[in-house]
Design a protein around this ligand. Structure first.
Ligand code: HEM
Length: 470
C-alpha cells in the first residue's frame, strides 16, 4: 500500500535488490545482505534499525530492545523464510500460521509445565552419567568433534522424556542426527549455488533428490516412534492421570483419539520437537564446554562451586543442588549471550507496528538478530568480554527485559526453555565435576570458527578431557 512505502521510506537502509521471483532467492539475499548490512553498518547508522527491499518484499532489521519487545509480542506469524527448512517440517510449532499454531501450542503447553519437567531430572542425570562413562572408557583421548557424542545423549534424553518409547527400541535413532546434519549441509550448498536458489533448477537437481530421500527417511523414523507410542498406549492399562501420560507424545496420542489433532500433524510435530530438543541442547553444551576450555580460570570457579555443592565425585546434582549452582547458571547464560544457539528470529507484520520514530508497516518481514542485540555496546559494556557476572541479579535488573532473549520472548517463545536449561546444566555439571575440559590452540572465543546457518555452532572445537583427581 502507499502507507507501506511511505513508512518504509523513512527507515534508513542503503540498498535494494531488483525484483526476483523465487522465495528461496529472496531468503538467500536476506541472509547475506541483511546480515552484512546489520553486522557491518547498523551501529554506524546510529538508529538501531535498517530496512532492505528484496524485490517487492520489505525486510526490516532492528536491534533496539523496545522494538524487539513490540515485535515479539505483537507479531506471532513467522516470515516466509521458515518455509525453506525442509519438506516435512512445514506445519510445526516453529513454522505454522498463527491459527494452527495457537491450537497446537495450547495442546502442547501443558506437557512443559514445572511438575512434568521436574519429573525429568533423574532421566537427565542418568544420561549425564552415561556421558561420563563414555569419557571414562576413552580416557584422555582427544575428541576431534565432541558435538556428535553429546548429541547422541540428548537424542536419547529427548526420547526418554517427551515420549513413552524406550530409546533403545528405536534402532535408527542415531540417523536422526546424520539426517539433520545432512539437511543443513544441503541448505548451505543451496545457498552457495546461485542457480539452485531458483525453484525450477532446484527441483531438477540431484541435491533435491537427496533432500527428498532424507525427508522420506526422517518420515519413516518418526512413523516408527509414533507406532511404538501407539503400541505402548494400547498395551498398558491406560490411566490418563499419570504424569507419563501428560508427556508430549502420549498427550498428543490421547488428543488424536478425540480427533483434536490428526496423525499427520502429530508426525510433523514429533519430528520437529525431537530435533529441536536434542540439537539445540547438544550445541549449547558443546559451546559452553568449548568456552570453558578456553577460559580455564572461569572453569576453575565453576569447578570450585561444583565441589562445594557436590562433595562426592560420584554423585550427580539433585534438583535442589542444581538450583544452588548459581555460577554455572551465569556461565550458561553468558554463553548464550555471546553465542546464542539460534542467532536470529524472523517474524511477519500483519499490521503496522509503531516503533518510535518509525512505523514498521504491515506486510514487512521483521528480522531480530539476537546475536547483535546481545553484543550491543550500549547495553553490554565491553561486549566481547566473556563475563558471567553480567547475570548477577543487580546487573540483570538494570537492563531492558528484551536486551537478552536467547529463547525468544512473548507467547511464541521457546517452549523448551526450562527443559533446555535443565539438560544443559545437568550435563555440564556432571561432566565438569568429573573432568577438566581443555581446548587446543585457542585463546579467546573469537578463535572458534562459527557455522552461521540456522544455528550458531562451533566448527573447530576440539575438546580434550582430563580426569579430575579425587
Ligand atoms: C537449549 C537451548 C535452546 C535454545 C537456545 C532455544 C531457542 C529457541 C528460540 C530462539 C526459539 C524461537 C525461534 C524463532 O522464533 O525463530 C525457539 C523455539 C522453539 N523451541 Fe527452543 N531452544 C532451545 C531448546 C529447546 C528445547 C530443549 C526444546 C524442546 C524440548 C525446544 C523447542 C522449541 C519449540 C517447539 C519452538 C517453537 C515454539 C513456537 O513457535 O511455539 N527448544 N527455541
Amino acid at each position: 500500500s502507499d502507507g507501506c512505502y511511505y513508512h518504509a521510506w523513512k527507515i534508513p537502509g542503503p540498498f535494494s535488490v531488483p525484483l526476483v521471483g523465487s522465495a528461496f532467492l529472496v531468503t538467500h539475499i536476506i541472509l547475506y545482505r541483511i546480515f552484512e548490512l546489520v553486522c557491518g553498518k547498523l551501529d554506524s547508522l546510529q538508529t538501531g534499525c535498517a530496512k532492505s527491499w528484496v524485490g517487492s518484499q520489505l525486510y526490516i532489521a532492528t536491534m533496539r530492545p523496545t522494538d524487539t519487545e513490540k515485535i515479539l509480542t505483537n507479531c506471532l506469524n513467522k516470515s516466509p523464510f521458515y518455509e525453506n527448512f525442509n519438506d516435512i517440517m512445514k506445519d510445526t510449532l516453529l513454522t505454522s500460521k498463527v491459527s494452527i499454531w495457537k491450537e497446537h501450542r495450547k495442546m502442547i503447553n501443558p506437557s512443559f509445565n514445572s511438575k512434568i519437567l521436574n519429573s525429568y531430572h533423574d532421566i537427565f542425570v542418568s544420561y549425564s552419567r552415561e556421558m561420563v562413562k563414555f569419557l571414562d572408557d576413552k580416557e584422555g583421548a582427544e575428541q576431534t568433534d565432541f558435538l556428535p557424542v553429546i548429541w547422541e545423549k540428548t537424542v536419547d534424553a529427548a526420547l526418554a522424556t517427551l515420549t513413552n518409547v524406550k530409546p533403545h527400541v528405536i534402532k535408527e535413532r542415531q540417523r536422526m542426527i546424520t539426517i539433520t546434519v545432512k539437511f543443513e549441509e544441503i541448505l548451505i550448498q543451496r545457498f552457495h549455488t546461485f542457480w539452485l536458489l531458483i525453484d525450477f533448477f532446484w527441483k531438477l537437481s540431484n541435491l533435491h533428490k537427496e533432500h527428498k530421500v532424507l525427508c522420506q527417511t526422517a518420515h519413516e523414523i518418526a512413523e516408527n516412534i509414533i507406532a511404538e507410542e501407539y503400541k505402548s498406549y494400547e498395551s498398558e492399562d491406560r490411566n490418563d492421570d499419570t504424569i507419563e501420560s501428560k508427556r508430549f507424545l502420549p498427550n498428543l496420542t490421547k488428543l488424536n483419539r478425540t480427533k483434536q489433532i490428526t496423525r499427520d500433524e502429530i508426525l510433523e510435530e514429533t519430528s520437529f520437537m525431537l530435533m529441536a530438543a536434542s540439537e539445540t541442547a547438544a550445541i549449547t553444551i558443546n559451546t559452553v564446554l568449548t568456552i570453558l576450555g578456553i577460559y580455564s580460570d572461569i572453569q576453575e570457579r565453576v569447578y570450585q562451586e561444583l565441589v562445594s555443592v557436590l562433595p562426592n565425585i560420584e554423585s550427580s546434582p539433585t534438583q535442589e543442588e542444581l538450583n544452588r549452582l548459581d555460577y554455572l547458571e551465569r556461565v550458561v547464560k553468558e554463553t548464550l549471550r555471546l553465542v546464542p544457539t539460534i542467532p536470529f528470529i524472523l517474524r511477519y507484520a500483519d499490521e503496522d507496528i509503531k516503533c518510535d520514530p518509525y512505523v514498521f508497516p504491515a506486510g514487512s518481514n521483521l528480522f531480530v538478530p539476537l546475536v547483535l542485540l546481545h553484543r550491543d555496546p550500549e547495553i553490554w559494556p565491553e561486549p566481547e568480554k566473556f563475563d558471567p557476572d553480567r547475570f548477577l541479579p543487580d546487573e540483570v535488573a538494570k537492563r531492558h527485559r528484551c536486551s537478552y532473549i536467547p529463547f525468544s520472548f512473548g507467547a511464541r517463545n521457546c517452549i523448551g526453555f526450562k527443559f533446555g536449561m535443565m539438560v544443559v546444566k545437568v550435563m555440564v555439571a556432571t561432566i565438569l565435576r568429573n573432568y577438566k575440559v581443555l581446548t587446543v590452540g585457542m585463546k579467546s572465543w573469537k578463535d572458534i570458527q562459527w557455522d552461521y546457518m540456522v544455528m550458531l555452532k562451533a566448527k573447530n572445537s576440539r575438546l580434550r578431557f582430563e580426569k579430575r583427581k579425587f
